[in-house]
Design a protein around this ligand. Structure first.
Ligand code: UGA
Length: 432
């Protein structure tokens, strides 16, 4: 089938590449001329494992192309995906101006029946608003349908999540659109559910908030474990093996970050409020998440006593492993707090150093270090802030020897406490 995807961020680009991979003809549209030029020249503006190969292969096969023109994209496709950002407003609500302006643009160039699919994470009832907008701005009585098709990919695992999804959700009130969407997704083997648009939109916010809740539950348990001498990893493992609970998304640590959970949680709280429900459970999820960082910083302060002029190494800047994304990264938040206390940081991330520089500029108190094995050299303490698996494989005996005092704070419970103690570290992690 012929499809266009408007917005070439993480979701748009990966979705476009995966649809091309299964044989669809895809044109990706972006208003940013530089981004389109980069993509046309074979460059990939984000780091996502496997994405570069996937994009290049499908461009070479003639199934994937890039344009700056929405009109061109809409003319060349039957299904038009909207995958533009829905950033937070200062009060936590969602800024829908990009969605609205794309809906108007699409309306202005509609010449035949099109299925307009919203992939961005949006508040319930947005599809209805998109339909009203397209009706208002279309130039002729041309037919169209609006579908809500939320995306569930995780950064760092995006291609796998897209090619082998747990489920596909199609929200539409049109049988015609539902049938075409089923064809579009036929190459993917996954349960597909068709609902009304409002339910589909709610599924996305409900799922992300539930996952955030699971993480906050594990983080709250970590506090109880620390106070009682239990081990949170044992507790969550023992709980999670109950198939009704599941072991995933129960890792205690520095709390959740990224461009989705914090924003979507705030949005869902706001949406619920507007619908007349005070979702206090989710407010508590947020509170636990903030508390987790506060407690970790306090642990560092209590151990080091005075932060001012302490040399601290930090491993990890991305909001999680396998990505160069630093948006709402707990690791960046932690660095800012330590710098605020007067500490001198040496930091490293396998992929996110360039993006981190926009938030943490190098200076007398902040040095970027290319070699993770050297980040702790001469330091009084080392902090693990992101769960990159390669940090677990470093030469920890050599790191210990390179430090002036061997204090290790593992904010992601990545290392084995007994092993670190046997190497001579004063080792502190979360809930163990
Ligand atoms: C999340 C969801 O997992 C996706 O299903 C969803 O499609 C996406 O948001 C979105 O709405 O677009 P993502 O933000 O890429 O995906 O990352 P996650 O893997 O969910 O991690 C989010 C944060 O939670 C990270 O900071 C991670 O370190 C933290 N986390 C995750 C934990 O602290 N503990 C865990 O057990 C799992």
């Amino acid at each position: 089938m012929k499809i266009s995807i408007i917005g070439t961020g993480y979701v748009g680009l990966v979705t476009g590449a995966c649809f091309a991979e299964v044989g669809h003809e895809v044109v990706c549209v972006d208003a940013d001329a530089n981004k389109v030029r980069t993509l046309q020249a074979g460059g990939i503006p984000i780091y996502e494992p496997g994405l570069e190969d996937l994009v290049l292969r499908n461009v070479a096969a003639g199934r994937l192309s890039f344009t700056q023109s929405t009109a061109d994209g809409v003319a060349r496709s039957e299904v038009v995906f909207i995958a533009v950002p829905t950033p937070p407003n200062p009060d936590g609500s969602v800024d829908l101006s990009y969605i609205e302006s794309v809906a108007r643009e699409i309306a202005g160039c509609l010449e035949g029946y099109r299925i307009i699919v919203d992939k961005s994470t949006v508040p319930v009832k947005t599809a209805e608003k998109v339909a009203e907008t397209v009706k208002r701005y279309r130039r002729t009585e041309v037919e169209f349908d609006v579908v809500s098709n939320p995306e569930f990919l995780r950064e760092g695992f995006a291609i796998d999540d897209l090619m082998k999804p747990d489920r596909i959700v199609i929200g539409t009130n049109s049988a015609r659109a539902a049938a075409r969407m089923r064809e579009l997704y036929a190459p993917f083997e996954a349960p597909l559910i068709v609902t009304d648009t409002n339910s589909a939109e709610l599924i996305k916010h409900a799922a992300n908030s539930f996952l955030a809740l699971k993480i906050s539950y594990a983080n709250a348990l970590s506090v109880i474990c620390e106070a009682s001498g239990a081990n949170v990893q044992e507790v969550t493992r023992g709980m999670g093996l109950d198939a009704r609970i599941g072991t995933r998304f129960l890792q205690a640590g520095l709390g959740f970050g990224g461009s989705c959970f914090p924003k979507d949680l705030s949005a869902f709280i706001q949406i619920s409020d507007q619908l007349g429900y005070d979702f206090r459970l989710l407010k508590e999820v947020q509170r636990i998440n903030h508390g987790q960082m506060e407690r970790f910083v306090k642990k560092i302060e209590d151990t080091l006593w005075v932060l001012k002029d302490k040399r601290i190494g930090v491993l990890g800047l991305a909001f999680k492993q396998n990505t160069d994304d630093v948006r709402s990264s707990p690791a960046i938040d932690l660095c800012l707090r330590l710098l605020g206390g007067g500490a001198r940081l040496r930091v490293h991330d396998p992929k996110a150093m360039d993006k981190a520089k926009a938030m943490l500029s190098p200076g007398p108190n902040l040095e970027y270090v290319e070699d993770p094995g050297k980040v702790a050299e001469g330091c009084e303490a080392l902090v693990i802030a992101t769960e990159w698996p390669e940090f677990g494989r470093l030469d920890w005996a050599a790191i210990r020897a390179s430090m002036s005092t061997a204090i290790l704070f593992d904010g992601r419970n990545l290392l084995d406490p007994a092993e670190m103690k046997s190497l001579g570290f004063l080792y502190k992690s979360v809930g163990r």
